[in-house]
Design a protein around this ligand. Structure first.
Ligand SMILES: [Zn+2]
Length: 84
């Protein structure tokens, strides 16, 4: 048995190299992959964040998420002032 890298389901391993239980999981895992490159605008926003004064680690994490993972659900629901 193997454990799917995407959904964690156990599945019969047909080849030792298999990492996902179904092609669908493989596709989803591929779509979920974190981008390895940032746009110039995102880099600029990160530098702004570096200089920003934040009230808490949660606020910092949430600002970071908005820059590099805008599609993910917010991890913090506090109000955040705009960067500029
Ligand atoms: Zn799976």
């Amino acid at each position: 048995m193997g454990t799917c890298d995407y959904c964690g389901n156990r599945f019969p391993l047909t080849r030792s190299t298999r990492k996902y239980c179904t092609p669908r999981c493989k596709t989803n895992a591929c779509l979920d992959r974190n981008p390895s490159r940032l746009s110039a605008g995102e880099v600029r926003a990160l530098y702004q964040l570096l200089e920003a004064t934040v009230a808490s680690a949660e606020e910092m994490r949430e600002r970071l998420r908005r820059i590099i993972a805008p599609d993910r659900a917010p991890m913090w629901d506090g109000r955040i002032p705009t960067l500029d």
